[in-house]
Design a protein around this ligand. Structure first.
Ligand code: NAP
Length: 420
């Protein structure tokens, strides 16, 4: 039998999740000169690009331009995209094991982390991920409703997602209209009454999770002042009398969200910093304060959702793995042929580019396993087999949308639909 990865027997890889790490994994696999490989990239949505499309803030078009890199990967020989196919629902992991030598899970962290405080689920208290999905036209969040008729909104957490949502709440109509924000969101944001956005950081300014460009950007908004005591650059600046204020607060944690049928106020506890195992952590001092507000956006990070048939580390919210090789259990070895990359491998951290290096580590291990021929032994590795399986499972999931990744193609198709 010819060696897997040879011209007679190309390496067949399924990648599950068409976000940045899925595309970087595909790129690393397909660009190997000595390796004959074919990659089928699956996504549960009809559209590729994951959080670049559904997560990156609409006023950050430069970050989105990374899509061009992914389009180049999509144009490589051996690449196919199957949209609208949910693994664990439309096809099972077992199906993929019959069709491919290797499977790489790059599904990201699809849900929000819970805060665990009373009132978290009151109407008016939302996961920031839902707000992000809603203004980015992500189909999962098309029917969400955000009541922006209150004067004060509170954002919990001070990572870059918190900065994104605070900024989106404070953009003027003029700023918004230069972005690709979903029309339904522009309409609601245009009519907002929110004048103050309070961002709560549980630790001090030096431990804040936001990065420098993001905090600098807040200071450049058309119609929002930034108020913050302990940050020198901002604290020395006088408010310019803009109509909105973004207030950055530190050493405060939400204790309870209160209201009669909807959010009316948030109880905040004051923290002090204590060192534990070499890390500065927030400790409740017992001091309390109440803040009236009508909207709470909880931005305390993402977590992964388990996939049927893939070992999961519940505590960390990740696929159980070592350097991207999926492990059978905490104390056993590699689940042969199974790999992972991106957020679902290492957790929801880093910028888009971080996933390139992360995917490289995984693919390096995968290619070492090709070298030693430690792979799955699929019964039906021919490329047509997956198309037949999808067709068998029926419409609408049975129609692979091969290489439908260029924005121009999407627009053309939309144009055809609209005009005819
Ligand atoms: P993140 O950076 O991990 O921030 C999470 C925030 O939630 C931190 O401030 C954290 O505080 C706080 N937090 C966690 N649990 C909490 C609790 N129980 N009570 C109060 N606060 C709590 O996560 P993210 O903002 O979701 O971003 C995810 C990743 O995407 C990050 O790596 C981020 O840089 C990246 N991203 C980048 C961009 C960009 O480049 N423009 C935009 C968006 C996202 P502690 O620090 O005290 O834990």
């Amino acid at each position: 039998m010819s060696k897997i990865g040879s011209p007679e027997s190309p390496l067949r890889v399924a990648i599950v999740g068409a976000g940045p790490s899925g595309f970087y994994a595909a790129e690393h696999i397909l660009k190997g000169e000595d390796m004959h490989a074919q990659v089928d990239l699956f996504d549960r949505l009809p559209t590729p690009f994951g959080l670049v499309r559904g997560g990156v803030a609409p006023d950050h078009p430069k970050i989105k331009s990374v899509i061009r890199v992914y389009e180049k990967t999509a144009a490589r020989d051996g690449f196919r995209f199957f949209g609208n196919v949910k693994v664990g629902h439309d096809v099972e992991v077992e199906d993929l094991e019959r069709l491919y030598h290797a499977i790489v899970f790059t599904v990201g962290c699809e849900t929000d982390r819970q805060l665990g405080v009373p009132g978290e689920d009151l109407p008016g208290s939302h996961a920031a991920t839902a707000f992000v999905g809603w203004y980015n036209a992500h189909p999962d969040y098309a029917d969400e409703h955000f009541d922006l008729s209150c004067e004060r909104a509170v954002v919990i957490g001070n990572g870059n997602v918190a900065m994104d949502v605070a900024r989106m709440l404070a953009l003027t109509d003029h700023e918004l209209r230069q972005t690709d924000t979903a029309d339904h969101a522009i309409e609601v944001l245009d009519a907002k009454k929110v004048r103050e956005i309070v961002v709560l950081g549980r630790r001090g300014p030096a431990q804040a999770a936001f990065t420098n460009p993001e905090i600098r950007e807040l200071g450049e908004m058309e119609d929002a002042d930034v108020i913050v005591d302990p940050l020198r650059e901002f604290s020395q600046r006088q408010p310019e009398g803009k109509r909105q204020r973004i207030v950055l607060r530190f050493l405060v944690s939400p204790v309870e969200i209160r209201g009669d049928g909807k959010v009316e106020k948030i109880v905040i506890g004051r923290n002090e910093l204590v060192e534990e195992d070499g890390t500065l952590r927030a400790r409740d001092t017992g001091e309390r304060e109440e803040l009236e507000c009508g909207l709470v956006l909880r931005s305390v990070g993402y977590t992964g959702i388990p996939i049927e048939g893939v070992p999961f580390d519940e505590k960390r919210g990740l696929i159980l793995n070592e350097g991207g090789r999926v492990l059978d259990s905490h104390d056993s070895g590699h689940k042969v042929g199974h790999y992972t990359a991106g957020w679902i491998k290492r957790g929801p951290s880093g910028v888009i580019g971080t996933n390139k290096k992360d995917a490289l580590e995984t693919v390096t291990h995968l290619l070492a396993d090709v070298e030693s021929q430690t792979l799955l032994r699929p019964a039906s590795p021919e490329p047509i087999a997956v198309e037949e399986l999808l067709a068998e499972r029926g419409e609408p999931h049975g129609r692979p949308r091969v290489k439908f990744v260029r924005v121009e193609e999407m627009l053309d198709t939309l144009g055809e639909k609209i005009s005819g």
